[in-house]
Design a protein around this ligand. Structure first.
Ligand code: SAH
Length: 364
């Protein structure tokens, strides 16, 4: 376990998306697809057909679209639709399925399908790797490779939807990466998931560890999505011990920005708080956290730590978790506990990395 602060680590900056030779079709709106077919000298109604085939029928290539003229399909056979290839699939006993998907440039991205009652939640990645290097998170251990494009995010949701044969009801940006370091693609993907795939904005959650200025910027878009902020500590010293970037973004500044978000959007924030035994899960931490959040339109989601191999943090006992949660409730803080699913498939929060570490339980 690291206990030293990280004074020299700067906050990673937002990397531009690499331009692509041809813009993949996935992630485009009906209007954009209509413009695209017209540029291809086709009648406008083909835009609607294309939209339907991409988002409802799961077309993986333009040659799949049987309602299109044969010659046109042949001409466009190589045009990128934007679908990934399944590299690996592992199912945990609770039904959670983890997928490794191969992108056009061979990069591997991890995504997770989580069934619960009638719901199907997809935990999507927003980056290949992650530059934030939080101590307790497996993704950060592998470093950062690149931002994902919008179509690569939408593809993850369609892939899970097709594999389960069930409509996706919820999407959480809690896979690999820091979504607010890839805002443009994340916003485009949110638009497409909402308007093209048909997932309600209120059923979409964007989770961030906090990048200065970016939460306020997000508020200006006036989305209905839920913002989740990874707090994980009840004071600055503890937070910067766990999260390198926190050294340059004091807890007080982060909370000020969150307050602005609530004021500007009228929406409450979810604060995620990972529970690490004996480190941040003592009754006085609950008291300290409650003091910060008093009167804040928010909700605390406690996440008992999911073990990763590189560090020796411990998951607290259920009893410690309950005492912590009660400590918050006693101070009128709304709280829930997230016992992550998919643990034995290494598919739980913080366990995502783009390689097959453990033998698959039911590999395909
Ligand atoms: N970068 C974003 C989203 C990625 S992770 C963020 O930091 O919010 C989604 C959630 O899982 C975050 O709250 C993250 O801190 C948490 N997490 C990371 N590693 C974990 C672990 N080992 N056990 C439990 N939760 C973890």
């Amino acid at each position: 376990m690291s206990s030293t602060p990280h004074p020299l680590t700067p906050i990673p900056s937002e990397q531009p998306l690499k331009p692509l030779a041809a813009l993949p079709l996935l992630g485009m709106s009906l209007e954009e697809l209509t413009t695209w077919v017209q540029q291809q000298q086709q009648p406008a109604y083909r835009g609607k057909q294309l939209h339907q085939w991409l988002y409802q029928q799961g077309a993986r290539s333009l040659t799949d679209i049987s309602v299109f003229p044969k010659q046109w399909r042949a001409d466009l056979a190589e045009y990128p639709v934007g679908r990934s290839h399944l590299r690996y699939r592992a199912q945990a006993n609770d039904g959670t399925i983890k997928y490794l998907l191969r992108m056009a440039d061979e990069q591997i991205v991890e995504t997770v399908g989580i069934p619960a009652d009638k719901r199907l939640t997809v935990c999507v990645s927003s980056q290949v790797g992650c530059p934030m290097a939080c101590d307790f998170c497996a993704t950060g251990k592998g470093g950062f490779t690149r931002n994902l494009h919008a179509h690569e995010i939408v593809d993850q949701v369609l892939t899970v939807q097709e594999d389960f044969g069930q409509r996706v009801s919820n999407v959480v940006f809690m896979g690999m990466g820091e979504p607010l370091l890839n805002t443009e693609a994340v916003l485009t993907a949110v638009r497409s998931l909402n308007q093209d795939v048909g997932i309600g904005q209120r059923n979409i959650t964007v989770s961030t560890v906090g990048i200065p200025g970016h939460i306020r910027r997000l508020a200006q878009h006036q989305l209905q999505v839920t913002l989740a902020v990874s707090l994980h500590a009840s004071n600055q010293a503890l937070r910067q011990q766990l999260i390198p970037s926190a050294t340059h973004y004091p807890l007080s500044a982060l909370l000020d920005e969150c307050r602005d978000y609530v004021r500007l959007t009228g929406r409450r924030i979810t604060f995620e708080y990972i529970l690490l035994a004996e480190l941040n899960d003592c009754p006085h931490h609950a008291e300290e956290l409650a003091a910060h959040l008093r009167g804040f339109q928010s909700h605390v989601n406690l996440i008992p730590y999911n073990p990763i191999s590189e560090v020796d943090f411990q998951r607290p006992s259920e009893q410690r978790v309950n005492v912590f949660a009660q400590g918050l409730r006693d101070r009128h803080i709304a709280v829930s506990v997230r016992y992550s699913k998919g643990l034995e498939a290494d598919a739980a929060c913080g366990q995502l990395r783009a390689r097959q570490e453990t033998p698959a339980l039911h590999p395909r």
